[in-house]
Design a protein around this ligand. Sequence first.
Ligand code: ADP
Ligand code: MG
Length: 678
Amino acid sequence: MHWDDSVKVVKGIGDKTAGLLDKLGIYTVGDLVQYYPRDYDRYKDIVPISTISPGQDVVIEGTLAARPSSTKLRNLTIVNARLKDSTGSIKVTWFNMPFLARTLKMGTYYIMRGKVSYKNDSFVIEQPRMYSKQEYYSGRNKLLPIYRLTKGISNNNISKYIQTAVNTVDFENDYLPAKYCRENSLYSRTKAIRSIHYPADRDDVIKARKRLAFDEFFLFLISLRRLKGLNTNRITTDAYRDSGVCERFIENLPYKLTKAQLRVWNELKTDMMSGCVMSRLIQGDVGSGKTILAAVALLFNYDNGYQGVIMAPTEVLAKQHYESFDRLYKDTGIRTGLLTGSMTVSAKRKMYEEIACGNIDVIVGTHAVIQEKVIYNRLGLVITDEQHRFGVRQRVDLAEKGDSPHTIVMSATPIPRTLAMIIYGDMDISVVDELPAGRIPIKNCVVGTNYRNAAYKLMVNEVRAGNQVYIICPMIEDSEDSDLESVEGYEKKLFSVMPEDIRISILHGKMSASEKNRIMEEYVAGNIDILISTTVIEVGINVPSATVMMIENSERFGLAALHQLRGRIGRGNRQSYCVFMHGDTGEENIKRLEVLNHSNDGFHIASEDLKLRGPGDLFGIMQSGELVFRYADIYSDSDVLMLANDMVKSMDMDKVNELMETYSYLNRYRIGDENVGL
Ligand code: ADP
Ligand code: MG
């Protein structure tokens, strides 16, 4: 079985299953083998029934106290039974599994696992999973992989397919020499992939992850190198001249630029006047005011007779930038244009024409600005906002649009300079390390779920005062094998506790792009009071009347991701509140969250996060959307990033090309959302 074969060659996978796997982005055997667990489970110790309480996920054993009963409620079949051990008994319930009424036998021994809840005056476990004694005891000391699922595929199914694939696929040779692996304590590729699915213990997972992170970084760095042709020298270009228009523009802003903003503006100006092509990263914490720098740079570019473009990662953000630029440029003569994927074909065509003949000076848009059909007219400056949402590929595509235009990349991801220098290749780096004065600091709290009612009250009060609320959940929908809060589950919960006139909506990544846009626009317009969302809202949007954010299961997110999320509030002149709510979790997790309570500094937060988590201790932590990597984490795997960088640096382009040709699987690795194969 080959890496590139369709999944259908795997025993047990037919057309129907293949269709379901498609939804998970799994098309080939290689995809399947590289579908790594999102977490691990361990069979817990069996506890006496008398000791359990609601909310716990427990494993109990015993015999059925009576014959199971089966009732029908509308089109739902409910099977009830009672499991008893020597200390007590508990009700167990299954839905739509009528056959259990026949197969479960009174007096027979069972092991069951599930979440205890309290309903109609008694404890109950709904939909418990059942194990045979042998199955349970043999799995007790193992880490069992948990995969991301889609409706129609169970964890058991996918585990089986992966196991079959891992056991039969031809892994081909490792591109890393065995000697190199030995010297740098890296697993071989085969061992890493096997261990990540079926680890012997925790240590095995950590080592496997390390090797997978290496591969991911390595391929990222190689593609960066191939695409950017890092060996080429700086290209020279027309040196820009300073007519003073930008200084006047800055003078007329309703606020004074911070010292940091002025310093970075000077760096940009110096670059563009140098006669070499600028390639610069502007790094600055959320709210540090990067957008205005983009606006000034684009004005400078315009004043020198060139067209400019800024690309934002979402439609809503693009529209927001467009509107604010349009306002800012009102007395400058600049003609702005918006170009996004959701525009009608004819509107797009019209915009293409306007751009091509130079009737538009500053184009604001989404990925649509890198479409082949867009032909620019004297493109001089290209800016990507919130870079972390794009892959290297898009960054380069945009830069290649014109004839070596100046490029600026803006990012709020706080990474140490040494790492930034690697991740951003040969870019120069500017840092906006100061927030505008006069912001009212956000009030934070880290609390358990018993604080929910108080939080709901706060939300109602804020909404009554004309403000808006975000609630963030880690999951989209409730699932059997997870206790995490979900957007859909939360919507139901809120409908029952919130006053009827409060307008509640949801937003998540499975919604269509146009639906997401519509919701986000409604929120920006103030037509939604409470928005329940996954982390999709994290990117740069500016809603000054959003004053409350509550993040459920905040223990599951990386601190840097939480900090980015929090950056969505506290953007106006009103007091804002951020509630970091955690589920049942350990001391260390709470201590970690406390960092956010005491600091608003992205760099400090990221470094504390790393200290408190320790390497390899991030399983189940979501750094969602923050970085392009799928599996590696630039913070906790920074040593691996350096190692991969050393290796890539030591290779010349011929060697790189030879490697990619010899090991064809390298061309089909995936990093983030982007296919790295060239
Ligand atoms: P980010 O760096 O996260 O992209 P923005 O550019 O969106 O931040 O700026 C956040 C808010 O701060 C905007 O409303 C912007 O108008 C405002 N702002 C930017 N610079 C200053 C400044 N020097 N003084 C006061 N407000 C500013
Ligand atoms: Mg921004």
